[in-house]
Ligand binder design. Structure first.
Ligand SMILES: NC(=O)c1ccc[n+]([C@@H]2O[C@H](COP(=O)([O-])OP(=O)(O)OC[C@H]3O[C@@H](n4cnc5c(N)ncnc54)[C@H](OP(=O)(O)O)[C@@H]3O)[C@@H](O)[C@H]2O)c1
Length: 300
């Protein structure tokens, strides 16, 4: 068996006070009406006594001292009672009014505070949404391994082999668009797996397996616009053009000098700010010490 649970009603103390006040008013008015009736009755009684005792034949009711005194007293009581009920006690009193006003002001202050908090929250949400949007727009990333003398490669090949750097590259670019020049693409055995390969070439008939060939860096970026972080992976010619578009550089600085024919452009410290660095010593698997460095473009 299920019983419907009675909805719980909360009694508002203000309503209780008003009901109590209304009851008090009814009994006050009732009291005054009774008073009026008794006074009329007593006046009538005095009139009858006056008349019955026959002090005046021309039937003037209040011509004796005692009846005038009684009428005046009854009238005075009645006036006082009337004033008390209908003039001085017409509402619940100044103290009650002040209390009500304070109560309403407090209630309003709480509401205003709540509204303010909601506005603050909304502003914070807006700011964070804007920040997110900005962040999403600021996502074109150059990724490169560069020697101390800015060497990138020689004879269309990489100069060094650093396994941890390759892992770093794979981890960062996995699932994203990778944008490269035709020469860099041709320096690799095949298109990079688990990434969308975009190759830039001026040759309109150029094509390669598992790649999207485009005719400019701008076309490549447009192709990757849905990506929250497209990577520009080289080589030298493309890096030089990409610096104006990029928001971030994930640089592996190889701490040695090398003979090369392709170089990375100078990183201008007025434009780029280093925000993160991780140093790696050379070891049995790594013939050169290197550092992972993240640069972010300084807002102009
Ligand atoms: N250390 C590293 O991290 C790293 C990374 C990547 C590459 N690399 C090295 O860099 C070297 C290759 O770099 P690279 O500078 O010689 O060549 P690249 O930048 O890879 O490719 C140059 C080619 O891209 C196309 N291209 C460039 N700008 C273009 C534009 N605005 N519009 C249309 N097509 C454009 C042209 O292709 P077409 O000739 O077909 O028109 C051009 O010949 C290699 O040694 C490679 O190993 C090193």
């Amino acid at each position: 068996m299920f019983f419907k649970k009675k909805p719980q009603t909360t009694i508002n103390p203000q309503q209780v006070a008003l009901v109590e006040h209304a009851q008090q008013r009814i009994s006050q008015k009732r009291g005054f009406n009774t008073h009026l009736l008794i006074s009329l009755f007593l006046l009538f009684f005095a009139l009858v006594l006056n008349f019955a005792f026959g002090y005046k034949a021309d039937f003037r009711p209040f011509n004796s001292d005692w009846s005038i005194a009684l009428a005046a007293l009854l009238g005075l009581f009645l006036v006082v009672h009337f004033l008390k009920v209908y003039v001085f006690h017409s509402f619940m009193g100044k103290a009650w009014e002040t209390k009500q006003m304070d109560f309403l002001l407090d209630k309003q202050a709480v509401k205003v505070e709540k509204l303010k908090r909601n506005l603050d929250k909304e502003a914070a949400l807006k700011a964070s949404a804007e920040w997110e949007r900005e962040k999403q727009q600021k996502n074109i990333t150059i990724i490169a391994a560069v020697a101390e003398n800015n060497a990138l490669g020689k004879d269309n090949k990489l100069i060094w082999h650093l396994s941890d750097d390759l892992k770093h590259f794979k981890n960062l670019t996995k699932g994203h668009h990778v944008i490269m020049g035709r020469k860099t693409f041709e320096s690799m055995p095949r298109a990079l797996p688990n990434r969308t390969n975009i190759v830039i070439s001026r040759n309109p008939s150029y094509s390669a397996e598992n790649t999207h060939v485009v005719k400019s860096l701008e076309a490549a970026l447009a192709f990757a616009q849905e990506d929250d972080r497209p990577f520009i992976i080289g080589g030298g010619e493309i890096y030089r053009q990409a610096l104006t578009y990029a928001d971030c550089i994930e640089l592996t600085r190889v701490h040695d000098h090398f003979d090369a024919d392709t170089f990375f452009p100078e990183i201008d410290p007025a434009v780029w700010r280093e925000v993160w660095r991780e140093n790696h010593d050379k070891d049995e698997n790594h013939a050169h010490a290197f550092s992972f460095i993240r640069y972010e473009k300084i807002d102009s």
